[in-house]
Design a binder for this molecule. Structure first.
Ligand code: KIV
Length: 277
């Protein structure tokens, strides 16, 4: 079974880390039967599973339901619960309390976005309390308003150095790995070379120690928008659409359900029903 130590071992041996998101029981079951290194119950579920415009509206109580579902479906996987907007920003106590709810719901670790004095202190306190922390730098969706939108980060050497300085602080505080989102490949690769913990890229090129993407994006299930960094490995939307249309057609034509999908009555009981008529 993979655990928090797996990540450093993979970086040290040079094997790439492959991670995906899951929000529900049946997707978690599929991932659990694969070789995936970690499953993130990301706050992206706000858009992908709940139809919100961004991640701001999902609450800790809502995300806990999804963490529970994923942990029931992925009993042998390393699960990371994404701490939603403002569920950890108010105080260390608030962050610790909500992080502990994630663990009680079945997560093995949590993810925290950003890097200020509070996040660094909270990372340290979580790790000291037995809660592994996956950090998240580069583009951080929960800070979208202060970043001025979906903007690529680390576009200059200066900015990349600033992100690296943050990464080193989080590493010192005990983070076991670091997500780098939406960065030029060379910048993410530079950060990866200069910290000891593994980096997991999303839209950050091939130089990271691993990759994470939203499962519904790479399977072509979520179609509201497709980021440039997404490659489609399947087209689930079309498969579902075709299946649904075939079902409708067969119901309309009286072909479904057929005898094969129906329960039968004994001849004797059928005769009784006919006699009543
Ligand atoms: O919420 C999310 O899905 C994420 C990504 C890193 C995949 O944070």
């Amino acid at each position: 079974m993979k655990n928090v130590l797996t990540f450093q071992k993979l970086k040290d041996t040079g094997e790439k880390i492959a991670m995906l998101t899951a929000y529900d029981y049946s997707t978690a079951q599929v991932l659990d039967s694969s070789d995936i290194d970690g499953i993130l119950v990301g706050d992206s579920l706000a858009m992908v599973a709940l139809g919100y415009e961004n991640t701001y509206n999902i609450t800790i109580d809502e995300i806990l339901i999804f963490v529970q579902a994923v942990s029931r479906g992925a009993k042998n996987s390393f699960i990371i619960g994404d701490m939603p907007f403002m569920s950890y920003n108010l105080s260390i106590e608030q962050g610790l309390e909500n992080a502990s709810k994630m663990i009680k719901a079945g997560a093995n670790a949590i993810k925290l976005e950003g890097c200020n004095a509070h996040i660094i202190a909270l990372t340290r306190r979580c790790v000291e309390s037995g809660i592994p922390v996956l950090s998240h730098l580069g583009f951080t969706p929960q800070l979208m308003n202060t970043l001025g939108g979906h903007k690529i980060q680390g576009k200059t050497a200066d900015n990349t150095e600033k992100i690296l300085a943050c990464a080193k602080e989080l590493e010192k505080a005990g983070a076991f790995a670091l997500v780098l989102e939406l960065m030029p490949a060379a910048s993410a690769e530079y950060i990866t070379r200069n910290i000891s913990i593994p980096t997991i890229g999303i839209g950050a090129g091939a130089g990271c120690n691993g990759q994470i993407v939203v499962t519904d994006d790479i399977l072509g299930k979520f179609t509201d928008f497709t980021p440039k960094f997404i490659k489609k490995f399947a087209n689930v939307h079309d498969i579902v659409y075709e299946g649904v249309n075939s079902y409708i057609k067969e119901v309309k034509e009286g072909l479904f359900p057929s005898e094969k999908e129906a329960f039968s009555l004994t001849e004797e009981e059928r005769e009784k029903l006919n006699a009543v008529k």
